[in-house]
Design a protein around this ligand. Sequence first.
Ligand SMILES: C[S@@+](CC[C@H](N)C(=O)[O-])C[C@H]1O[C@@H](n2cnc3c(N)ncnc32)[C@H](O)[C@@H]1O
Length: 259
Amino acid sequence: MLKTGEPVLDKAQIERRVAELGPWFHDLDLDGVRTAPDHFLWGYPENKYKRFRHVIPEDLSGKSVLDIGCNAGFYSFEMKRRGAARVLGIDHDERYLEQARFAAGVFGLTDIEFRRGEVWDVGALGERFDVVVFMGVLYHLRHPLLALDLIREHVADDLLLFQSLQAGSKGMYRPDPDYDFFDGLGEFDRPEWPRMHFIEQRYAGDPTNWWVPNEAASAGMLRAAGFDIVEHPDTDVFLCRAAAAPAGAAVYPAKGSLA
Ligand SMILES: C[S@@+](CC[C@H](N)C(=O)[O-])C[C@H]1O[C@@H](n2cnc3c(N)ncnc32)[C@H](O)[C@@H]1O
């Protein structure tokens, strides 16, 4: 397929480059070449996306999108295909960004910017976005609520698309506004209580898996960071809208710099 301004690659060339850039987490279809056909999450994230794509506005014309932890760019590409005017994908792993840039070239979606960056430094972007995509990153963080606070404070202007690996009880249990110091402690033992599971060692061989929330904890943290949940199309997927920051929410100044 001819891509304006891009070298035309035949299938063998794409296959070679895909192999050089691997291993891939995102299973993209690059002109017939699959990037992660043997990955244990087969067809990821396309198969997952099918379950919640309907909650994202079909037309993002004129909108700006920040994809945090963009990996090989699947969600950046999808938001661009919905007409977003500006798409910025950041990830702290340069290897994934190389994959994303290569895939963008094959797709002919070359006006997406892929930049190295940590979620901790979003304040340094100095830019707010109509849509922030924060999918599959929270459980990789040592300080998950801080990340949500930073996103709300510095970059989220309207929509947040959020997903996390979850474990434990399902459901959106919402605790009472307050509890008695002694009598209330027992409430924490309810299985449906918002709960984070701490991983001191490893999960699935990955030392960057730190905290796995249950469904109620994902929802509670989103609310606590100043997001209203407007759609909940899958147990681990939330579409939120930036709301007023809750009383007592921490404010973190912008610092650091993103190259
Ligand atoms: C499980 S993948 C999810 C990729 C994609 N967002 C998705 O949902 O398919 C997690 C991604 O987040 C990136 N990541 C992890 N911690 C990060 C951090 N502190 N700042 C930026 N990116 C991070 C990883 O490099 C990886 O690409």
